[in-house]
Write a protein that binds this ligand. Sequence first.
Ligand code: DQA
Length: 150
Amino acid sequence: MSRLLLLNGPNMNLLGEREPDLYGVVTLASIEERCARLAGELGHTLECFQSNAEHELIQRVQAAPGGGIGAIVVNPAAFTHSSIALRDALTAVGIPFIEVHLSNVHGREGFRRRSYFSAVAAGVISGLGPIGYELAIRAADALLRGPERN
Ligand code: DQA
């Protein structure tokens, strides 16, 4: 059993009402609930945190090793394309993380194709909508079990 952390960046609190054509109508609370249930079924606990503030996300990442977090699922939202500081926090703590995006960032504006996170992520899920978060929880479980158990 491990502790998993689900992090969401700016504007993700508006899911459900925010640009539904791009991001769908499912709320963040519902995504978090589904992920927590799945994590529980897999024998883990899930902590969820969303912030619109870069420094709060960084502080949550920095606190993760002390809190016994074994893997992180993160949608950095717009910080994906701008935040070297949040990327550095993730590499500093050395906890494996999976990058998730609801939309397919490679099929949108050019500036969304650059992610500061993808090169140091264990893996990236983009464009599959809310189920992408659940796939990431499954991937985190697989990472924690190790290659011989997959
Ligand atoms: C997003 C994609 C980002 O480009 C955007 O800034 C977001 C959401 C996604 O989940 O598709 O806020 O991360």
